[in-house]
Design a protein. Structure first.
Length: 204
């Protein structure tokens, strides 16, 4: 695939038994800004496509019984739990967030970071819903109003960076949106089995 070509997935609910809906994923190239003809990538999925990484040939569904599958062959790699509200993906890891209504002003959130090419999974609970990202083998999310990072092999590490939103980049940078509208840049660093959020000048 050349640098001017892109791959993405579209989805639709399959017809049939509405008591057990299934979804299909379609893949299409966009060379030169013109979409090509969609082609079936995977059929009878448990939910819609929530996130994908074409470079890693992986995608994941959200909703009930989320699953990881390959884009090229449509093969289901494995199931990823009981339910997910949203997800983010990098070449190495998939991050799921599952929300439930809390008694306070914020929803509660359960975060799961899973290896794409392995079986290890780490989980954490937070009181800050919304905002997921993935870069390298690390998941990034909000925990009690601050940026936090977690690897599939370690525990969550909350930083001192205040945030109500975030955006991760494949090169390891993460942008934090504070409550006052200020945006700051930081670095997600993997060390052994842990991930952390460090100043933007930090290296891996």
């Amino acid at each position: 695939m050349t640098k001017n070509e892109y791959r993405t997935a579209a989805h639709r609910k399959a017809t049939g038994d509405e008591s057990a809906p299934r979804w299909s994923a379609y893949l299409f190239d966009v060379p030169g800004g013109t979409a090509g003809r969609p082609r079936l990538a995977a059929d009878r999925l448990p939910g819609s496509v929530g996130c994908l990484d074409p470079a890693a040939d992986r995608a994941a569904t959200v909703g009930e019984k989320p699953a990881l599958f390959t884009l090229g062959s449509g093969r289901r790699v494995r199931d990823l739990g009981d339910f997910s509200s949203e997800c983010a993906m990098s070449r190495s890891a998939t991050v799921f967030g599952t929300y439930s209504a809390g008694r306070g002003p914020e929803d509660t959130q359960s975060v799961q970071v899973t290896e794409n090419a392995g079986s290890r999974t780490a989980k954490a609970g937070t009181s800050s819903g919304g905002g997921l990202g993935a870069t390298g083998g690390c998941g990034v999310f909000l925990a009690e109003g601050r940026l936090a990072a977690m690897a599939p092999t370690g525990a969550a590490e909350r930083s001192e960076v205040p945030a109500v939103g975030l955006r991760t980049l494949p090169d390891g940078d993460v942008y934090a949106l504070a409550g006052d509208g200020t945006v700051t840049r930081h670095r997600v660093v993997a060390t052994g089995s842990d991930c952390s959020v460090e100043p933007s000048g930090s290296g891996r």
